[in-house]
Design a protein around this ligand. Structure first.
Ligand SMILES: [Ca+2]
Ligand SMILES: [Ca+2]
Length: 333
């Protein structure tokens, strides 16, 4: 068994649920203890517990040293974007070539990336800086390259949001091609486009959601206007959607923060996705069972404020609310 991976490995570096089978959650007793408007003690829905957290949510930094020093060129990355370190054959990856040619402010700025760059290990064992430059009708509408070995062949892939001037955003997986003398960044697989100009999507992470032994991707399509949680198989040259669920959002329009959904892996169970509903005032805990069948492990869990960020914690997540409060979210089954 492998562990579900959030997309940020080292850095920082309703009502309408027609496809859901509410499973064990139906009929569960929800206890909310709210004192004087404060979320004083504990709120419990079946399988999901939310408690105040005394500390600010923090990501756990990797203790592993970088594979190679960060190149100076990474300082030329687009504003407010991340340089991300890999663990196998991608030492670093970052977004470059800032451009305003796709003036969409989903991430708070109309400046997006016209290229992606990576320091990768060559077949000879040295480190090579490589890049992929997009055509003029495309940008990376993203701020963080996600490095993950999706097919577990020892070579890492890079997952990005690429936006087309007419068809909107799609999820794209880049890989390192070694068939030439020097390594090249190439597109390995692409998911469906969101549909039209300025339609966006935001990835959640990777895990084996259907239990076939292969890693899959999870993404929320159009998180600002009726988000749809989509699960996709990695089947180069395509990312093939195989499940969808409504009433979710993992991004606030205009926010730089893209981390608003976590994947919880529990022994003996398929991965569970904890993600806000469209209002971002409640959390879903969703596990895919079979075509057309989801289990919602908890009743929709109300929160005492708008959630702005969800980052992984053991068996759950740390949630940051818009007013700065932190909550500990735990899945108990
Ligand atoms: Ca790979
Ligand atoms: Ca799978």
């Amino acid at each position: 068994m492998f562990t579900a991976r959030p997309f940020y490995p080292r850095f920082q570096a309703r009502g309408l649920l027609p496809l859901f089978r509410l499973g064990a959650a139906m009929g569960a007793i929800t206890t909310l203890v709210i004192c004087l408007g404060l979320y004083a003690t504990e709120a419990t829905a079946m399988g999901l517990t939310v408690t105040p957290h005394t500390e600010a949510c923090r990501t756990t930094a990797s203790s592993a040293p970088p594979l190679a020093p960060m190149p100076a060129e990474a300082n030329q990355r687009i504003p407010e974007s991340e340089v991300v370190a890999g663990q196998q054959d991608v030492a670093w990856a970052w977004l470059g070539s800032p451009t305003r040619r796709y003036p969409h402010g989903a991430l708070g700025s109309p400046v997006h990336a016209g290229s992606v760059h990576a320091l990768v290990k060559s077949r000879a064992g040295g480190w090579e800086m490589i890049e992929l430059v997009l055509p003029l009708n495309r940008v990376y509408e993203d701020r963080v390259p996600r490095i993950v070995d999706l097919d577990r062949d020892g070579s890492e892939e890079i997952v990005l949001i690429e936006a087309d001037a007419l068809r909107g955003a799609s999820l794209v997986v880049l890989g390192i091609d070694h068939t030439a003398n020097v390594p090249r960044l190439v597109v390995r697989a692409r998911g469906p486009f969101a549909g039209s100009t300025f339609r966006w999507l935001n990835p959640v992470g990777v895990a084996d959601f259907d239990g076939d032994g292969q890693l899959d991707l999870a993404s929320v399509v159009t998180p600002h206007i009726g988000g749809v949680l989509q699960l996709l198989h990695y089947r180069p040259p395509t990312l093939v959607p195989f499940a969808r669920a409504m009433d979710v959002s993992n991004h606030r329009m205009g926010a730089l923060e893209q981390r608003l959904g976590v994947i919880v892996q529990q022994l003996g169970h398929r991965p569970t996705i904890v993600v806000p509903d469209m209002t971002r005032r409640a959390l879903h805990a969703l596990r895919w069972d079979a075509p057309g069948q989801w289990t919602e492990l908890a009743d929709l869990m109300p929160l005492p404020g708008l959630v702005e960020r969800l980052i992984p914690m053991p068996q759950g997540a740390c949630a940051t609310l818009a007013d700065g409060r932190s909550l500990q979210v735990k899945l108990s089954q």
